[in-house]
Write a protein that binds this ligand. Sequence first.
Ligand SMILES: *Cc1c(COP(=O)(O)O)cnc(C)c1O
Length: 386
Amino acid sequence: MSITSLDNTYVASTYGRFPLELSHGKGSLVYDTQGKEYIDLGTGIAVNTFGYADDEWNKAVQEQMNKLQHTSNLFYTEPCAKLAELLCSKTGMKKVFFSNSGAEANECAIKTARRYSFLKYGEGRSTIVTLKNSFHGRTVTTLAATGQDAFHTEFGPFTEGFVYAETNNIEEVIGLVKKHNCCAVMMEPVQGEGGVMKLDDDFVKAVFDYCSENDVLLIFDEVQTGNGRTGSLYAFQQFGIMPDIVSTAKGLGGGLPIGATMLGQKVENTLTPGSHGSTFGGNPIACAGAYSIISRIDEELLSGVKAKSDYIFKELSSADGIKSVSGMGLMIGLETEKDAKEIVAACREKGVLVLTAKTKIRLLPPLNIPDELLRKAVEIIKECAK
Ligand SMILES: *Cc1c(COP(=O)(O)O)cnc(C)c1O
């Protein structure tokens, strides 16, 4: 049986996969089982931060793999401790809880916000405001947090305690916080799955000001926007605000499953022994990979991200068949005249892998994609979009 038919027969049918069997890759290039080469502008949905089989990342992961692959959280290990320190020193956050995915990182953020409020104010202050068009994960609770009705059928009953505000509407956020006695506001700085929509700077600033004045926690879901993707290590750093909790995952491990929930000063001691945990969280190999990724996201790398982003915005904003370009850094959405799925397929034929988000094309290239490969890919996108 072919890989495709084995998968279709035995793997749960939760994904609409592209008709492509990938076999191996190097940097920004990936190859299918027929040997055809592709420039990858999807990075496994913003996960392969430095592309495939990156030498430095490989070395960090393999060295750790040969020492200690797992210990459980009953013991101290160096990669976990060092990664937490690195994240805190680069963000100003105080402590980190490690898990294995974005949804779990958000679960921890939600639990932390509720516990903070419970310990300080008692029961009845547990509701969280999220935004319409958001995406926060696939668990029963993070689906409830996701502000899209389409996600709120079939799997009920859902976790209670989420209310949804119109994106960029500060009056509605404040109104909901007051009406429901909320403990937190949770949002993605750029709504990824929702169509790569960057929040307005003024809105983010206003939410931050209101939250800090009213002891309402501000949670930033940086699962997709984090780890250099938007041109700063975390996107919040470009909005001139400081969230109380930042969750991240996707690009953090460079391809290994890891989630992190970063806790600011207010909530640094909210979680206590026994109040939360994870068997695999803080896994030494995943943390060694993440340490290697985060330590390489420096000013030089980030200015490269911005330059590549400017190039894409400039080239595609004026291209035939492209109605608008949205996003931040190397997280970019293209509104096209033709159907996005048609363009994705045409690009694939011509050797470029791109993704979709809602009705848009979504680009999430490796942060270090060589300029000549990016140029080649952008030309092919232009051809396919017109
Ligand atoms: C992908 C994503 C998640 C879910 O992450 P998983 O690792 O799939 O659980 C949550 N929030 C945002 C913003 C995401 O982009």
